[in-house]
Design a protein around this ligand. Structure first.
Ligand code: G
Ligand code: G
Ligand code: MN
Ligand code: NA
Length: 255
């Protein structure tokens, strides 16, 4: 409960901030988008989302916090795009946000205020969001996609019946869970599954992003498998906006 009070104060005081992790085209090594990742500046210490998102969801603070994250990230990327940089933005959503009343208006409002074109924004949801019984979250997400916003399934492959999810909701991208990438080339089953997900994405016309690339041989293998996009510490760590700006022109530490 004390954490929930502190989080509410932190939002009021402007103590949350965003880092951005670049996503690259594995073919060209160009940075094509960034994923916004929230952090809490708790008395000078940067605290990651795993330590507070659960509490923010329980208290409902995730709704105003999520709105702040969306607006902050869209404002930043809108400025970057004004300087003629064709960069996309991904923002993570929790199921509480998706199900909150007026979420659709919030997204539409932020896009209108920032002047960002809807197809620049990708909303990432975990497979868990697609498991809700009533199908309400799926319905809301489908409506958002009608706005022209892109949808991505995050941590793909970890959920029960991952393949069935692609039938319930049309998405624009799937992000292969880092646990697959970790064992790529080391575990034959995982390697085959990864290859299959990449192939499936290509056949369905869905962009595939590999997450958690840490070793050069993973990068090579993913390229050889025809994976479109990648993200991970080898490519670039999450960084402040100023760090992304210094990558302008788009070269991350790949090649
Ligand atoms: O940045 P980090 O690797 O610590 O993130 C840990 C988890 O928190 C990841 O699952 C990530 O998707 C989630 N996360 C990071 N930023 C946000 C955010 O702005 N909103 C939501 N809902 N989840 C986030
Ligand atoms: O669940 P989601 O994919 O949104 O989580 C993103 C989180 O993954 C970020 O918090 C980021 O810090 C973390 N991350 C990004 N790249 C790597 C990586 O190469 N290795 C590991 N261990 N974590 C990563
Ligand atoms: Mn994500
Ligand atoms: Na996530």
């Amino acid at each position: 409960l004390e954490l929930q009070i502190r989080l509410r104060e932190a939002l009021a005081n402007g103590d949350f901030f965003l880092e951005y992790q670049p996503v690259v085209d594995l073919g060209t090594s160009q940075v094509t988008s960034v994923e916004a990742l929230v952090r809490w500046d708790r008395d000078g210490e940067a605290v990651g989302p795993d330590a507070f998102l659960g509490a923010a969801e329980e208290s409902g603070l995730i709704v105003p916090l999520g709105e702040w994250i969306l607006r902050e990230a869209c404002e930043k990327v809108a400025v970057w795009r004004l300087s003629d940089w064709d960069i996309g933005l991904s923002v993570n959503l929790s199921v509480k946000q998706v199900l909150s009343p007026r979420f659709m208006e919030t997204v539409a409002g932020v896009l209108a205020e920032t002047g960002l074109s809807s197809d620049v924004l990708t909303l990432e949801v975990d497979e868990e969001v697609l498991l809700d019984d009533g199908g309400e979250a799926v319905q809301r997400l489908a409506e958002l996609r009608e706005l022209g916003v892109r949808l991505a399934i995050d941590d793909y492959g970890m959920g029960y019946a991952s393949l069935a999810h692609l039938r319930r909701l049309s998405v624009d991208a799937i992000k292969i869970d880092p646990s697959f990438i970790a064992d790529l080339g080391r575990d034959d089953t995982v390697t085959l599954l990864t290859h299959t997900i990449i192939q499936l994405g290509r056949d369905l016309g869905v962009q595939v992003v590999a997450e958690g690339i840490e070793r050069p041989e993973q990068l090579e293998q993913l390229r050889a498998m025809g994976c479109d996009h990648g993200q991970g510490f080898l490519v670039a760590r999450p960084m402040p906006a100023s760090g992304v700006e210094s990558l302008v022109g788009g070269e991350a530490g790949v090649n």
